[in-house]
Design a protein around this ligand. Structure first.
Ligand SMILES: [Zn+2]
Length: 328
């Protein structure tokens, strides 16, 4: 429990997702003091979601036995294009009705502390960069594999967000011109080939086509409860079908890694997100090998390709890092 103090020495990081809101209170050393989770309920509308974000923050602060007066700032990652300078969410495809929403202004009014807004994957990259890599490398690429695939770029020690704040859309790198349809409208994006959604679709299609898998014994006919952890269990029990699908996804991520290394030549490539968290042992070796196969000779020399240990808390950690940086 935190010592009572009138000094505003704490930071709150928030990860606003399409299905859930996570918030976490951190001390100045970026250690977690408390965390909290609330469903997003985006169908209730923009105002209701902002209200729920504020509630999630206040509850996590209360859980830490603190008051909002002891919070120096809040940093929040939103799932879409964000104008960091004015804290507006320009567009968020997974949140109903989110277009040009002044999130910073609305939350500052409800919380009474400074609020800073960034793209969610940028914030995950920032969290990994500052807390796991201790800001040591000058450049880093973060690839986050979950429901979708997102990315964040650190260039010269800072987030690179691009001309219209949309840089780092690694998930929409096209790898198969005539590949499966992607949520963005294109075909063959990395996200449509290797995200959790894509992996689950391939598994369901395979089972329909008569493939034998332990997953059917584990979950019966209801594959709607399928989780990344089930895939790990199946592979460890010798499931060749699941193994083949995960290998395919890892290869695509490896090819994307090679493309990014060719273009950016970063010091470190960090893989994160729920799929990597659950399947790091199964996927990382293939990702590294495939990247070596496809990268230009010499470009991967001394480049580290590693898995993040932050898992689901990368977003809230990054939010707190952003809050600490901006509150100075
Ligand atoms: Zn796409």
């Amino acid at each position: 429990m935190a010592e009572p103090s009138s000094k505003a020495g704490y930071y709150v990081g928030v990860d606003l997702g399409g299905t859930k809101i996570l918030s976490g209170v951190f001390n100045h050393s970026m250690e977690t003091v408390s965390s909290n989770k609330l469903s997003t309920k985006s169908q209730r509308g923009v105002e209701a979601v902002i209200e729920r974000v504020a509630r999630c923050v206040k509850d996590s602060v209360d859980e830490a036995d603190l008051t909002m007066k002891q919070v120096a700032a809040v940093g929040i990652g939103a799932p879409g294009a964000v104008d960091f300078a004015n804290g507006t969410v320009i567009f968020a495809p997974n949140l109903e009705g989110w277009k040009d929403i002044p999130l910073k202004k609305a939350l500052e009014k409800q919380l009474g502390v400074p609020v800073f807004v960034e793209n969610d994957c940028n914030i995950c990259a920032l969290g990994v960069y500052v807390t796991e890599l201790k800001s040591k490398p000058r450049s880093m690429v973060g690839i986050f594999v979950g429901t979708g695939i997102g990315g964040g770029l650190i260039v010269n020690g800072d987030l690179y967000s691009g001309f219209c704040h949309t840089a780092g859309e690694i998930g929409h790198m096209v790898l198969e011109v005539n590949g499966p349809k992607c949520g963005c409208g294109n075909k063959g994006c990395l996200e449509a080939l290797a995200s959790r959604t894509a992996i689950f679709q391939q598994i369901k299609a395979g089972i329909k086509a008569g493939e034998k898998t332990i997953l059917s014994d584990m979950l019966g006919n209801n594959l709607n409860d399928l989780r990344s952890g089930d895939l790990r269990k199946a592979i460890r029990r010798g499931d060749k079908f699941v193994d083949r699908i995960i290998e395919g996804a890892a290869e695509y991520i490896g090819i994307a890694t090679a493309n990014l290394v060719n273009i950016l030549n970063p010091e470190v490539v960090v893989l994160g997100g729920g799929v990597i968290e659950a399947l790091a042992d199964e996927m990382m070796g293939i990702i590294v090998e495939t990247a070596q196969d496809y990268a230009m000779p010499g470009t991967l020399k001394n480049v580290e390709i590693v898995a993040s240990q932050l898992g689901d808390s990368a977003g809230i950690t990054g939010g707190a890092v952003l809050a600490r940086r901006e509150a100075k």
